[in-house]
Design a binder for this molecule. Structure first.
Ligand SMILES: Cc1ncc(COP(=O)(O)OP(=O)(O)O)c(N)n1
Ligand SMILES: Cc1nc(C(=O)O)sc1CCOP(=O)(O)O
Ligand SMILES: [Mg+2]
Length: 210
């Protein structure tokens, strides 16, 4: 696994409905996204398996890593990574199930104590947020960019910043220590796949000189 740094694209069922999932994700990967998270809150297990399998193939072709949101079983079936929130099961169990080389990510909201625990349980990265107003998840607990200063000093693991991240506010997060910026709306809320690719390139370029 290459270093965890760059754009972390996360799918959204509403933004990517009507046949947009694969072309928009491929555009994000062409634009340099390093990680992709499949985030689908439905209970349609068959469709989730088919979509995640197709995304795994796309990621492999573009040298990116796929993680599944919330669903350790699906991640294990596909042999990919998983991202778990505080109510989604144990990071330690995920690490044991998926093995040492898998990506296992944990939500830490704005709490360094949660990050401490995620590190102890074998997380690959720690995710903080939401840093700004989020169209996708307006009710997520708020974090301030200053939290990143402290997190960077305390933890050696890669830090993910999520929540309302845009091309305008991402540079401030990267300057304060975010290794990955996780984006939904400002990436996939686009009128065409070409626009997604352009946005992904612009997000990725923010990492080239930092
Ligand atoms: C990279 C990243 N960070 C945080 C989250 C949020 O996870 P969670 O709190 O479990 O909320 P849902 O995404 O499941 O609604 C995430 N998905 N990815
Ligand atoms: C899924 C998610 N988790 C968050 C957290 O703070 O834990 S914010 C968020 C939504 C991110 O989407 P957007 O880039 O559209 O704001
Ligand atoms: Mg979750």
């Amino acid at each position: 696994m290459s270093t965890l740094r760059g754009l972390y694209a996360i799918t959204d069922s509403q933004l990517l409905d009507g046949g947009k999932l694969l072309p928009y994700v491929e555009a994000a990967l062409r634009g340099g996204a390093r990680l992709l998270q499949y985030r689908d809150k439905s209970n349609d297990a068959a469709r989730r398996f088919d979509e995640a399998s197709a995304l795994a193939e796309l990621c492999a072709r573009h040298g990116a890593e796929l993680l599944i949101n919330d669903d350790l079983e699906l991640a294990a079936r596909l042999g990919v990574g998983v991202h778990l929130g505080q109510d989604d099961g144990s990071l330690r169990a995920a690490r044991q199930r998926l093995g040492n080389s898998a990506l296992v990510g944990g939500t830490c909201h704005a709490q360094l104590e949660l990050a401490e625990r995620a590190v102890a349980e074998g997380a690959s990265y720690i995710a903080f947020g939401r840093f700004f107003n989020s169209t996708t998840k307006p009710g997520a607990p708020a974090a301030t960019p200053a939290l990143l200063d402290e997190a960077r000093q305390r933890f050696a693991l890669p830090i993910v910043a999520i929540g309302g991240v845009t091309l305008d506010n991402a540079p401030g997060l990267i300057a304060r220590g975010a290794s990955l910026i996780a984006v939904i709306h400002a990436l996939f809320g686009a009128a065409s796949a070409a626009e997604v690719e352009q946005r992904a390139r612009a997000f990725s370029a923010l990492f080239s000189d930092s």
